[in-house]
Design a protein around this ligand. Sequence first.
Ligand code: GMT
Length: 382
Amino acid sequence: MKIGIVCYPTYGGSGVVATELGLGLAKAGHKVHFITYKRPVRLAPFHENIFFHEATALDYPLFEYAPYETTLASKMVDVVKFEKLDLLHVHYAVPHAAVAYMAKKILLSEGRYVPVITTLHGTDITLVGNNNAFESVVTFSINKSDGVTAVSESLRKQTLDSFNINKEIRVIPNFVDFHRFKKSNKDHFKKAIAPNGERILVHTSNFRKVKRVEDVVRVFQKVYQTIPSKLLMIGDGPERHKVEELCRRIKLCHEIRFLGKQAAVEELLAVSDLFLIPSESESFGLAALEAMACEVPVISSNIGGLPEVNIHGKTGYLSEVGDIDSMANNAISIIENEAILKQFRSNALSQAKRFDISNILPKYEAFYEEILMSSVYSKKLD
Ligand code: GMT
């Protein structure tokens, strides 16, 4: 198949999933055309089946807000026509599903039909899409997609509850590539971070409000009172400054390291004992899955899709959002005992294997086939 993938090319989860999916499809023999405003961060290696088309917003003095959607739609039309794409797969509803609808209509006016699949990732529904400013366009463009997927059962339900949707939403969960995310021996690295054998707790995110990064530090503070430990903070974002201030106030700077955005997260996960993700909204929690693939148990909130990934009492523990005591006690109960930690590590790995890319990629391929077949038979006009 020749597949066009539209996504945000940044560090965010939706862009990561879209890029890893594209790489997986390319390895499986499909021709994959990324259409984004810059090369996606995880699209580093060259692959003969991967193509990249840049759709940058045109700057002009008249525009206070450069019309990215217009240049993206034109680029989609261009690539579909000249590369003879079979379908477009857009990730993150806002604005990609609406832009794809525009591209589809333009192509239709020229007698060319291209099916559009939209994958919902989370904040496009939970924080952005259901805002009044977007709601009608999001509802319309989901309903006009030829196929819609959501990354968890929870997100599927939340979409149906919040929008007037008349389309089936197929759940195809996020996935992890075990070639990259696996526990490797990085003992030298562990010694540098925790020279006295301290436990290593880790958090990775985009440091947005929704991640409740301060809770990570508060949980760590309680764990630290009982168990010698270190905290690694990976990523960057708007809350980072505030959280660094908190570390100073509670005088734990020497035990907490802010590492910023890291390309090789798996190397840090390889030396970690516990992953913290106390988010107040999380459609799936890809970062938790990647930690589990590296045999790191998870302390999380019980929100959104997290219970579909982190199994309470097996791969880690789930607590109410903001319940720092519960999260800290659960964390201590895992890392205070080597045998218990070992068991949780092994359970985390088994659960992560359910989301191995080799199990999930065929689900996307089958969905593509299904949508292509149904669009051939039903000669769609809208
Ligand atoms: O976590 C973020 O804020 C980034 C966001 C995104 O869309 O880039 O992540 C969402 O999509 C990921 C991939 O499907 C999911 O694993 C994350 O749970 C989801 N984030 C939220 O729902 C907050």
